[in-house]
Design a protein around this ligand. Structure first.
Ligand code: SIN
Length: 270
């Protein structure tokens, strides 16, 4: 059986049917990877993957990068727990962001597996950074093409949602081009995000913030987004160079547990 791909919205995301992630053939993996490169995020329903199958799937994309701020899943140190307890008001990932943009070789993809879902809500939104890049005016694009921006993990130092915020976990910042080229397809994408981008290289934070704020608003317009409604057995894979994501905190009083693996990428160029 081959993969069938149906786009979620005009600019972002696709649902992939016809693949069993626990025994994916080479051809199936190629279809999945192609869909990911084309749509930025892929959603697979009714999957049954245990933690080992989750790891095996991730390793087909590359080396796993362990998130140093997240609680690991018991007995599975390669898998990060994304847990919300019923009394929590805020959730991990509850603002638009790009996983690991603070790393020198920022994350390639993340694979999120639903383990325990609230009765309603908890959707994850994605925004296409290639669509945002395409929609820039020629003038702003020309300005951004000459800029790098610094990204840092320092926001985790104030976070009460992660439990690994000890000083040794922080590594300072890394610069990346503001408009990157996707390492595999060459597609141009906007690469700044509200959680981890500090400032443009050579600019102060005060000078950078107004333009960064404009770019965050611009890049997350509804027309560039899709929204994933989680169901038991859902697995979502996204490419952090192509999309940003946002976890919706609208299920107070309920718990939610997801397992996330992130795969290492490479230094980003323009
Ligand atoms: C994340 O930001 O990686 C988590 C997204 C989610 O829990 O929906």
């Amino acid at each position: 059986m081959s993969a069938e791909i149906s786009q979620l919205t005009g600019q972002c995301g696709a649902e992939v049917t016809g693949l069993d992630l626990s025994r994916l053939s080479d051809a199936g993996f190629r279809d999945l990877h192609d869909a990911l490169n084309r749509h930025g995020v892929v959603v697979l329903r009714n999957q049954s993957i245990d933690p080992q199958a989750h790891i095996d799937l991730a390793e087909r994309f590359g080396d796993i990068v362990v998130n140093r701020f997240f609680t690991p899943v018991t007995d599975w140190p390669m898998i990060a727990e994304v847990r919300t307890k019923p009394d929590q008001q805020r959730v991990i990932g509850g603002t638009w962001h790009t996983d690991h943009s603070y790393d020198k070789a920022p994350a390639k993809i993340s694979i999120l597996v639903a383990r325990d879902l609230p009765p309603h809500g908890g959707d994850t939104l994605f925004a296409s950074m290639t669509a945002a890049a395409r929609a820039l005016s020629p003038g702003l694009r020309a300005t951004l093409e000459g800029l790098d921006a610094w990204h840092s993990d320092q926001t985790f130092s104030q976070s009460t949602l992660v439990d690994k915020a000890e000083d040794s976990a922080f590594r300072g910042g890394n610069p990346h081009p503001v408009l990157i080229r996707h390492p595999e397809t060459g597609a141009q994408a906007l690469y700044v995000n509200g959680d981890f981008t500090l400032r443009f290289d050579g600019w102060t934070e005060a000078e950078s913030q107004p333009l960064l704020d404009y770019l965050y608003r611009f890049a997350t317009q509804p027309v560039f987004t899709c929204r994933v409604r989680w169901t038991p057995g859902s697995v979502v894979i996204w490419d952090n160079r192509l999309v940003q994501h946002y976890a919706t905190a609208d299920y107070a009083g309920h718990s939610r547990l997801m397992h996330r693996i992130t795969v290492e990428g490479e230094p980003l160029g323009r």
